[in-house]
Design a protein around this ligand. Structure first.
Ligand SMILES: [Zn+2]
Length: 590
């Protein structure tokens, strides 16, 4: 860390975690904590807990957690330094300007370094497009009716035909092979040397919501495979949690968002004034992307290709969008294939009409389903209504379900009561959903090992200690950091004991900063976030505490007794074992 620790700590303290998270997640107070729907995984009932007292968050569903810095880093995809700057600004603290040597900077902020490489590469591609070498690429774009303004706005570029052009350029700027390899822009092969990942392609810089280039898509010019190529996953670029165009779409001030299939669709839509269009990045639409959209809108309009593949992709995306709580509609672009073609042929006004007429995603699903059945054939007609009835089960609220049954009746004249009976029949006989079955299996498959249970005990004790600091004195001489199992637990316990010794209190949120990786930060937060299942009486608590300390200490002594090397160690161990048998920690005396 290259900002003074005191400053970091001051910034952390002045940014109350409940306030900061409330700006992004709706929280509700329950007891000592605030609960909300986790922004990092899809869920319907809240398991995301934020503690004002501990200044930490922890999700009981997916296990993420940390302090206010961790949250901002995760939520905004920021590096630590960016999160620090963001939070400093939020409370009007001016950070001192610091100059770093390239070496120090590299160590301190690899992510920042990779962002800079991407920015330089985007500039380079842009320059190539505007140069003589880029004529063919530029013509390709203008033939597709893109204006110069649009080309500039999206920072489109060209990677030319020389296979190590960009590599040479970035080398000149002083970047090492090691970091260039990590950028995903260059491949370094021991025999063939270094060559660019993209060449002879029109380049589309991919930006995150904060307008920073995190990767590229490239479309080949002329013949060549593959037609579209994306940056590989890197430290910056996670395809499943980014959307092309979202950096602009998030500020469009429209009440919904359009999702389409490709870069060109997004660009064509934006040029035609639909600045709320985004695309997933050459992969199937994911739950993380749905969550990302949820931050900015409540309604999504799918405008995928009108061919078979596009329809399939839409059918896959609909349940994911619904799961995230987004109202979902589908735009009909027939007879045209995609929004780009549609707008070129009929213009923006006609497209707006299609937006206004967009079909509720349930009707779309039923329409697609209907294509497989001949409704003039009584047997097929029956099968079709049976399938419709099963689909209607997704509506868990009766009123909503009845409204849809009514709508189906209006359209197919099946009879409201007939269809409702059928729905109720399936509702009663439905096997538990796949998800539930899977969870039960997982639980029974999971063998609880001695280590697992010891970790659980350690978590409980550490949580207890920070919630009731009297335990530090009571456990003095009984438990020390080396009694905890595993390096991480020992390190955390050591820091807690250290804090208590130094200042007579503990600040768990401060400890999080000592760990660099997200995984470690989440795990440390979970160490402080274990909760008791039920209310316990003082006596029960005391018994629980003694059991807990006994188990941890006994496990620790058992392990140590396996590695005894001399007689003195043996004697001290025997004494500790005898002491343990007499252990009694009282919670009742002050
Ligand atoms: Zn979660």
């Amino acid at each position: 860390m290259y900002y003074p620790e005191d400053l970091v700590e001051e910034i952390r303290q002045r940014n109350d975690i409940v306030d900061v998270i409330s700006e992004h997640v709706k929280l509700k107070r329950t007891g000592n904590n605030h609960m909300g729907l986790c922004p990092f995984h899809n869920e319907k009932s809240p398991s995301f807990s934020v503690s004002g007292q501990k200044q930490m968050y922890h999700c009981f569903g997916c296990g993420v957690g940390g302090n206010v810095f961790t949250f901002v880093m995760e939520y905004e995809n920021y590096s630590f330094v960016e999160a620090l700057k963001y939070l400093a600004e939020r409370v009007n603290i001016t950070l001192p300007e610091q100059e770093y040597s390239p070496e120090a900077k590299k160590k301190a902020d690899l992510k920042g370094q990779l962002l800079e490489i991407n920015r330089q590469a985007a500039k380079y591609f842009f320059y190539q497009l505007k140069s003589k070498r880029g004529t063919t690429a530029y013509e390709y774009l203008t033939n597709r009716k893109l204006s110069d303004e649009t080309i500039n706005k999206f920072g489109l570029g060209y990677s030319n035909k020389y296979s190590n052009d960009l590599y040479q350029y970035l080398k000149q700027l002083g970047y090492s092979d090691e970091i260039l390899k990590q950028s995903g822009l260059v491949t370094i092969d021991e025999t063939k040397g270094a060559y660019d990942k993209f060449w002879n392609r029109v380049m589309y810089p991919i930006m995150d919501v904060n307008n920073r280039v995190i990767g590229f898509g490239g479309r080949v010019l002329g013949e060549g495979e593959p037609k579209y190529l994306n940056s590989p996953e890197t430290l910056l670029f996670d395809k499943s949690r980014n959307l092309y165009g979202l950096n602009v779409a998030r500020t469009s001030r429209k009440h919904n968002m359009l999702i389409c299939e490709g870069y060109m669709d997004v660009i064509a839509l934006h040029q035609a004034g639909f600045t709320n269009a985004v695309a997933s990045l050459g992969t199937a639409f994911t739950g993380l992307q749905a969550n990302l959209l949820k931050r900015y809108t409540g309604e999504v309009l799918i405008t995928y290709d009108s061919d078979g593949a596009g329809t399939k992709a839409a059918l896959r995306a609909i349940p994911i969008l619904k799961e995230a709580g987004l109202s979902t509609k589908v735009i009909n672009m027939k007879p045209y294939k995609d929004p780009d073609e549609f707008i070129k042929a009929l213009g923006a006004e006609e497209f707006q009409k299609r937006i206004d007429e967009a079909q509720n995603s349930f009707y779309f699903e039923i329409d697609v389903l209907q294509r497989d059945y001949d409704l003039n054939d009584p047997e097929q007609k029956t099968k079709f209504f049976n399938e419709v009835a099963k689909k209607l089960l997704v509506f868990t609220e009766e009123i909503e379900r009845n409204n849809y049954i009514e709508a189906m009746d209006r359209k197919y004249h099946v009879g409201f009561d007939n269809l409702r009976k059928l729905v109720n029949h399936y509702g009663a006989t439905m096997v538990p959903s796949q998800a539930v079955v899977k969870k039960v299996q997982e639980r029974s498959n999971k063998r609880v090992t001695a280590e697992d249970s010891m970790r659980q005990a350690s978590k409980l004790l550490l949580t207890w200690m920070i919630e009731d600091t009297r335990l530090f004195q009571k456990l003095n001489g009984v438990i020390s950091e080396k009694d905890f199992d595993g390096e991480l637990y020992q390190a955390v316990a050591g820091m807690l004991f250290g804090q208590y010794k130094e200042i007579g209190q503990v600040i768990p949120a401060k400890i999080i900063n000592q760990f660099e990786s997200k995984e470690e930060q989440s795990e440390v937060a979970s160490l402080f976030s274990t909760s008791f299942q039920e209310e316990m009486s003082m006596l029960e608590k005391e018994k629980a505490l003694n059991d807990l300390v006994y188990r941890i200490k006994k496990y620790s002594l058992d392990i140590r007794s396996r590695n005894v090397t001399d007689i003195e160690q043996m004697q001290s161990l025997i004494k500790e074992q005898a002491d343990l048998q007499k252990l009694h920690i009282s919670l009742i005396d002050g």
